[in-house]
Design a protein around this ligand. Structure first.
Ligand code: ATP
Ligand code: MG
Length: 402
């Protein structure tokens, strides 16, 4: 039997009170965008769930796409039937028959969100279960651990049958939490931080610091490829701001003692990112920092670096171990790109013994002998902004949709 629709459960959106309609509307648009290569589908969204009506489109391919959409708790391929017991029994039989193989067990789990239906859940379980047992030879009941769990949901408008609950990506619909600038290096951590931020509904623009000729075009390509992966995951266009950082780094090298150069470098990066954030109307900055991972990520370092802005700095990885970060990088397919061996602007200027406990007063003193502001403004002026598209072909369709 072919399913005619996919039932989508929202999960956390349901908790969002007055914002709920906004969330649902955004999710509906994101689903439509992700499924733009299936022209015949129809989306029906209500307060507590959404349906993708397949209208003959490939359900299995659609399921694969839905798995990556943020804001979906779980989903189930389903069949809609009239609220007539005979119809429910027959459709159930057809569905279970299509999944049945000798030796398989089943149970029926009826649920009534509309209590006016003539049978209660026990009576429904029995009526449907009995019909299946009578008509499928070899079928057995197992209420604890069935191979087929037929869910029968009675609602006001109809009854829905499904046998499978597929976990969704969770989180919140992309774009419902505002916009932030992701400081994206070529490393393993920052793309994962970007993924987790997007999963929480944040729209991301990436900022990358690039120091030619000390860093090569290949290093830039790596960051473009990482941005492309993030764009693919989100299904949305991502802006990538590439900041020419050589002059600032040279000035730091000349002005700041070597053991404080890492601290100053981070502070300058943050100042520049914050300027770009202002121009782009973002409200936060996301980094891939994880507490204690390297010298620049001790609490003392963060305290000294963070001084240059009071914009919220979001650090989704702050309490995660590297092994867990690597697992996510692997899952979202950024790990192989991050592992390419090209140099980053920070690794080439890395001091032999960076301060693990830098002090604010010291770094301020070192930076006070030179006016970095003109160099910062110049870097901001010369930013190259690339628009990274998930896939060229679907771009036009995306435009057509909105
Ligand atoms: P990553 O794996 O993300 O490179 P890391 O463990 O190498 O992180 P650091 O080099 O200390 O750690 O960088 C900490 C954070 O600073 C990065 O996660 C990233 O958000 C930001 N960052 C570092 N280098 C750059 C860069 N060249 N351009 C933009 N952001 C950067
Ligand atoms: Mg790095």
């Amino acid at each position: 039997m072919n399913y005619d629709r996919i039932l989508i459960r929202y999960g956390e959106i349901s908790l969002k009170g007055r914002n709920r309609n906004k969330f649902i509307d955004k999710l509906r648009k994101n689903v439509r965008l992700a499924l733009s290569s299936f022209p015949n589908i129809k989306i029906e969204a209500s307060r507590d769930r959404m349906y993708v009506l397949l209208n003959g489109e490939n359900g299995l391919e659609i399921i694969e796409k839905l798995k990556h959409i943020f804001g979906i708790q779980s989903f189930s391929p389903a069949i809609k039937v009239e609220r007539e017991l005979e119809e429910i029994k027959n459709a159930s039989l057809e569905l279970v028959r299509s999944l049945f193989k000798q030796g398989k067990t089943f149970k029926v789990t009826a649920k009534r969100s509309d209590k006016t239906f003539e049978l209660n859940t026990d009576e429904l379980n029995h009526a449907i279960g009995g019909h299946l047992l009578k008509n499928i030879a070899g079928l057995r009941v197992d209420v604890k651990n069935p191979d087929i769990n037929l869910q029968v949901e009675v609602r006001k408008e109809a009854v829905y049958l499904s046998c499978e609950i597929i976990p969704g990506a969770g989180g919140l619909p992309l774009g419902t939490s505002g916009k932030a600038m992701l400081m994206l290096s070529g490393g393993i951590d920052s793309p994962v931080a970007g993924y987790l931020a997007m999963r929480r509904g944040l729209e991301i623009e990436a900022v990358h610091f690039f120091s030619p000729p000390f860093t090569s075009e290949r290093a830039k390509e790596k960051v473009i490829d990482l941005s492309k992966k993030l764009a693919e995951i989100s299904g949305c266009v991502i802006k990538l701001h590439i900041v020419p950082f050589t002059d600032v780094q040279q000035a730091i090298r000349e002005q700041v003692p070597e053991n404080y150069s890492m601290t100053s470098t981070r502070r300058m990066m943050l100042r520049i990112t914050d300027e770009i954030r202002k121009k782009q109307d973002g409200l936060a900055i996301v980094t891939g920092e994880s507490l204690g991972q390297v010298a620049s990520q001790t609490l003392e370092s963060m305290y000294a670096i963070n001084e240059v802005t009071n914009t919220p700095i979001l650090r989704p990885l702050i309490s995660m171990d590297k092994t867990d970060i690597i697992k996510i990088a692997d899952k979202i397919n950024t790990l192989d790109i991050s592992n390419r061996p090209y140099e980053d602007c920070c690794t080439i200027f890395v001091p032999s013994s960076p301060k693990t406990k830098p002090r604010r007063d010291k770094v301020n003193q070192f930076e006070s002998y030179f006016d970095f502001e003109p160099l910062i403004q110049e870097a901001v002026q010369e930013v190259e902004t690339l628009t990274i598209r998930p896939d060229r072909d679907i771009r036009q369709e995306i435009n057509d949709l909105f």
